[in-house]
Design a protein around this ligand. Structure first.
Ligand code: ZN
Length: 489
């Protein structure tokens, strides 16, 4: 920890030196996905941004407890505490249990994040598993006088809270503005003010997800889970809370108000927010036909994509921009990123075979300093990459005999590359490229098709598949129940 890391704190709108409450321990909480659909760029950016922070803090020697929640209940379709629960709606449409929906999309999210080399957080708590903790927090807020019960629901009293505190401090909104901008909606007569938000919602009888409580059979408000679960696992107060910029209001401003109302003061020291993504200059939206999931990027299966882009290309492209800048995705930009990434990884593969020279033409110490300076300046990855590509140019010059490096400095250069490119930026050659091995899922898929062919007595196709797989080193054996396969190299 001989590095001074500066991070931009959204709370004060400026870069501040990072000083943990209880070094070397660091508590990091990031708002995770609401699991009712496949992951898209809006999920990838915060995941990659805070993965970078997690990796860098660990590299600096901190012991980080990284908590990222999974929202599986309480996230309604509108911010005004109205509309259907997003997961319950999907469950109704697909005639599945809500927890089946949540489980399915949580697994698919994990798979996509693994593909992008995003490290798993230490704890991934689910809202539905922390109903008691959330109810206790509601009770505390009621006891402290900052909430009221109305018709079985409990609402946060924004006006009362704002008398002694500053509601909206993170987004910079004030209560007069909110009053002007929120309108009375049908069914909101329960609230004293339309901008009050739900801590507990009474459920309609047909609502699938509901739990008993002192107030009604119902479910927690969406903002509450993060306040309850972050402090359960990281304590009060804790160091860093992150998320996408779209969560600043109302989600994070509500979190601040809830925690302050329940505990007397704020829970979070540093708030960090990543900027949003656009596609071809437009906001992503289902109605704009530019809604591209990560699986579609990885398969190229979307009209706006010229080809498939690998998970590592998406990661690299995301990291090339500073996390607080907007990021525009397009096929052209991703094609350029793909080339850049390949150039970067190829240079890394050359280090081991560089010729030993009589002198080192680059100052490796200065190079290392430059890398750290960029990371310490609020994770300035654009600057870091420009410096890393200077290193790439140097490696290539040595390889071509136009520059030199001594035998002693080669391991040093390799370490520098390893630490920044692999460990901190998390960029790796994707396995299918270097091993030449077919992914197991793909083999399974092909063998399922072969099984179907056999069922249809199309033995010609079945044999062709078996023989082609054998050429690729996959030995298929037919069994009584189907098949077995193994890879022979
Ligand atoms: Zn949250």
């Amino acid at each position: 920890m001989n590095q001074d890391l500066y991070i931009h704190n959204s709370l004060n709108r400026k870069k501040e030196k990072f000083e943990p409450i209880n070094p070397p321990y660091v508590g990091l909480y990031v708002c995770g996905p609401t699991v009712y659909g496949e992951a898209h760029l809006g999920h990838a950016r915060p995941a990659v941004t805070f993965d970078l922070l997690f990796r860098y803090l660990r590299h600096l020697g901190y012991k980080v407890r990284y908590v990222r929640n999974i929202t599986d209940v309480g996230h309604l379709e509108s911010d005004a505490d109205e509309g259907e629960d997003k997961i319950a709606k999907k469950a109704r449409l697909e005639k599945l249990e809500p927890m089946e929906i949540a489980e399915h999309y949580a697994r698919s999210y994990h798979h996509n994040m693994d593909q992008m080399n995003v490290l798993r957080p230490n704890i991934e708590p689910r809202a539905s598993g922390h109903i008691i903790e959330q109810q206790q927090m509601v009770k505390k807020i009621l006891q402290n006088g900052y909430a009221y019960e109305s018709n079985g629901s409990v609402y946060f009293d924004v006006e009362k809270y704002n008398r002694g505190h500053n509601y909206g401090k993170l987004s910079g909104r004030n209560i007069e503005e909110l009053r002007a901008n929120t309108r009375e909606l049908e069914g909101q007569q329960e609230k004293k003010n339309p901008f009050d938000f739900a801590l507990w919602k009474k459920a309609a009888p047909e609502h699938i997800m509901q739990w008993p409580s002192d107030w009604s059979s119902g479910f927690p408000g969406w903002h509450l889970e993060c306040s309850a679960m972050s402090t359960k696992y990281l304590g009060h107060p804790f160091d860093i809370h992150g998320g996408g910029m779209d969560l600043v209001f109302p989600h994070h401003d509500c979190e601040i108000a809830q925690s302050t109302a329940a505990k007397g003061d704020e829970s979070v020291h540093y708030w960090m927010h990543n900027n949003m993504v656009t596609i071809n200059g437009q906001k992503m939206g289902k109605s704009l036909h530019n809604f591209i999931t990560l699986n579609q990027f990885f398969s190229g299966d979307h009209q706006l994509l010229s080809k498939a882009f690998s998970p590592m290309t998406i990661r690299f492209f995301t990291l090339q921009a500073h996390y607080r800048s907007p990021l525009d995705f397009s096929s052209e930009a991703l094609e350029a990123a793909e080339k850049g990434l390949d150039k970067l990884l190829k240079a890394g593969e050359l280090i081991g075979s560089l010729p030993e020279g009589s002198q080192t033409d680059e100052d490796l110490e200065e190079m290392e300093k430059g890398f750290y300076q960029a990371m310490n300046d609020d994770m300035n990855t654009p600057v870091l990459f420009s410096r890393i590509f200077e290193m790439v140019r140097y490696i290539n010059s040595v390889h071509q005999g136009e520059a030199q490096i001594t035998g002693n400095d080669i391991p040093r250069l390799r370490r520098l590359y390893q630490v920044f490119v692999h460990d901190i930026l998390g960029l790796e050659r994707e396995s299918k490229d270097d091993s030449g091995e077919l992914p197991g899922e793909l083999i399974e898929m092909i063998l399922q098709i072969r099984l179907e062919a056999k069922k249809n007595k199309d033995f010609e196709t079945a044999d062709k598949i078996r023989d082609r797989l054998k050429d690729l080193g996959v030995i298929v054996k037919d069994t009584k129940d189907g098949y077995e396969w193994e890879i022979k190299r």
